[in-house]
Design a protein around this ligand. Sequence first.
Ligand code: BGC
Length: 383
Amino acid sequence: MQCKLISVCMLLAVMMVFSGCESKKTSQGDNEKMITKEAYGQVGGKAVDLYTLTNKNNLEMKVTNYGCTVTSLRVPDKEGNLGDVVLGFTTVDQYVKESPYFGCAVGRYGNRIALGKFSIDGTEYTLATNNDANHLHGGIKGFDKVIWDAEPKETDDGPAIVFTHVSKDMDEGYPGTLNATITYTLTNANAFKIEYSATTDKATHCNLTQHTYFNLAGDGSGDVLGHELTLLADHYTPVDAGLIPTGELKAVVGTPFDFTSPHAIGERIGVLKEGVKNGGYDHNFCLNNKAGSMALAVKVYEPKTGRVMEVSTTEPGVQFYSGNFLDGTLVGKTGNKYQTHAGFCLETQHFPDTPNQPTFPTTLLKPGETYRHTTQYKFSVKK
Ligand code: BGC
């Protein structure tokens, strides 16, 4: 008896040592599903964590609280095999040193603000500039480069992490203390759902988004030019040589920007001329849904694996970026070098440079108001 007790204690001790990670278990029907947390190194002397979320269909997402960065997302193909469909690195050091915004949250402002300047009520603000003369993705230390507080949460919808961050008044030049919350849920309906909210104590501009690079054929499997894209947008915002919108909303009809019916990403990429830097799509599309409520915006189909991703959002725009600046120098988690077009991003947001474009839907956030945005990337297969 005593011997049995000792063996059980020893087994428990061994399990504790080897598990090395804290886990929060929850019951979902008969299956036990988990959110687990493990150490993911340090950034600036502070520990960061990596969470693994598993939904009831065994889809799995890994995310770190450094920049709310999704490092892997495993979803089934038409044979039912799980594969990782997002680009990323193995270690947090690589994210710190060389990430082209892989997998992260972006704030306070997704995309560019011309010359890093805007005025509110006659006061001009100067932001950090980090993209030639312009401000890009929140500046030098945007929301992708901060360590967020993270709270795992089991919901009826699926496992979730609630990330919070307080951005101080004049952070990267923006007025107002911004309290931001971003909730990632891996839903039991097989979607990566993101809910954003923010409040401020001074009038400011806020435009949060998510910058995951997808490759539905699998991370490291080559380029995404064969993916078929449908984008429910009759207009896009043409840009100048610095990728700043000219202010015009231009009809897509008869141009390589017309994805209102499905087209392979690569089909017309070679004939793209207008406002193109490094060849490829890097443009904001004005979504047809103007209601501010959740609606389907984009559908992507990958013929080899049968994977389908549907993007729904409450936002008026989506930046479709075809990984034009990847140039084969970055080595991803599969050991592959990321070549041009190895992934694509669909960044749902308000239009770039809105603070300087009076005709675009506003991004101004005032005290007493709450910024809200919901987007989901839902996965399925077509056989
Ligand atoms: C921008 C690109 C930029 C990229 C950075 C995209 O959202 O539109 O111009 O190079 O982010 O990875």
